[in-house]
Ligand binder design. Structure first.
Ligand SMILES: [Zn+2]
Length: 332
């Protein structure tokens, strides 16, 4: 297991660039920072477990700093390039689907969206050529965006499919569980269009305790995604477990991220969650979500589950191999 190549299906551009690279990008662009010292900067853009305890804290760091610093073609190109190289060097990740929202990198329309997308593709091409890895981009729609903006993101994903965009995602804080059905329905046509165009589809849901398995059920019913980001709350819902097993929808599990945001309280809870998924035939993969924001690597995520004996070696191998199988990147 420690030698085998890995595939990361769930990793965000906004949470996976090393602080020293972000520092370099910020200075290169003349970005006005609120701090003068490098270590203060590190504190600003990374998670401090004593201060940042929820998913909202994580999203705030991304929104206030990382996305802004990454908002230029040069910054996006370097970010994508550096992430893919680091994943390969650090964890021998030979296949990676990197996700981001291009509309959160263009300064609210001040920068041309196509320039941002081309820059991401250039960064990806360079890294793939240098390291011999395979990669694809996933464009994230945002729950807080209006329908028109999300439709443009889907249009762009379809337009750039032949260049290396492999799928779409829906990200952002989920709504009140009582409104979940209504909330998710808004994206049904966009997801159907992306699917019909041959793109892979995935949705962030069932991550925090507030959303419960209802979010997973609503997403499966309305959006019919190939995969679900997180989905850990489904372990507490008989209906969600049945629906996941029936549809074969693959979960993108990100252990350290969930522990950091307190979405999952401790490793023992993961023992229950992943054990339940394995028992009930729910397919899942292991991913990072964000290597630097979560202070982890894909190799470390596997080691974490192995050393705590959360999963057996056979189960870990199943998750490792499934990531390649469930990837939106077409087989070599
Ligand atoms: Zn995520």
């Amino acid at each position: 297991m420690s030698e085998l190549p890995l595939c990361d299906l769930h990793i965000h551009v906004g949470s996976s660039v090393a602080p020293h690279i972000m520092w370099s990008i910020a200075h290169q662009q003349g970005f006005k920072l609120p701090v003068k010292d490098y270590w203060e900067f590190v504190d600003l853009i990374t998670v401090n477990p004593r201060r940042d305890r929820t998913l909202a804290d994580y999203l705030r760091i991304l929104h206030e700093w990382t996305e802004k610093i990454q908002s230029s073609p040069a910054a996006v190109e370097r970010s994508v390039y550096e992430i893919i190289g680091k994943e390969y060097r650090g964890s021998r990740v030979e296949q990676v689907e990197l996700r981001f929202n291009p509309m959160k990198r263009n300064e609210h329309g001040a920068r041309d969206l196509d320039h941002i997308i081309h820059a991401a593709l250039r960064g990806m091409d360079r890294a793939c050529l240098e390291y011999g890895v395979r990669a694809g981009l996933i464009f994230c729609l945002a729950r807080e965006f209006d329908a028109e903006l999300n439709a443009i993101i889907v249009d762009k994903a379809i337009m750039y499919q032949s260049r290396g965009v492999v799928g779409i995602d829906l990200a952002g804080t989920e709504q009140d569980p009582m409104e979940l059905s209504d909330g998710v329905e808004r994206y049904a046509r966009l997801f159907a269009r992306a699917h019909d165009a041959g793109l892979g589809t995935t949705v962030h849901t069932g991550e925090t305790a507030a959303t419960s398995g209802d979010g997973v059920i609503a997403v499966l019913d309305q959006l019919k995604p190939d995969r679900i980001g997180h989905g850990v709350r489904a372990a507490y819902s008989e209906t969600a477990l049945d629906r996941l097993a029936d549809t074969g929808c693959v979960l993108e599990i990100c252990p350290t991220s969930n522990l950091h945001t307190r979405a999952v309280r401790h490793l023992e809870e993961f023992r229950f969650i992943l054990g339940t998924f394995a028992d009930r035939g729910v397919r899942f993969t292991v991913n990072t979500d964000g290597t630097y924001l979560c202070s982890t690597s894909l190799r470390r995520e596997f080691r974490l589950l192995a050393e705590a004996e959360i999963l057996s070696l056979a189960e870990l191998e199943t998750a490792r191999a499934l990531a390649f199988e469930a990837s939106f990147i077409s087989p070599a």
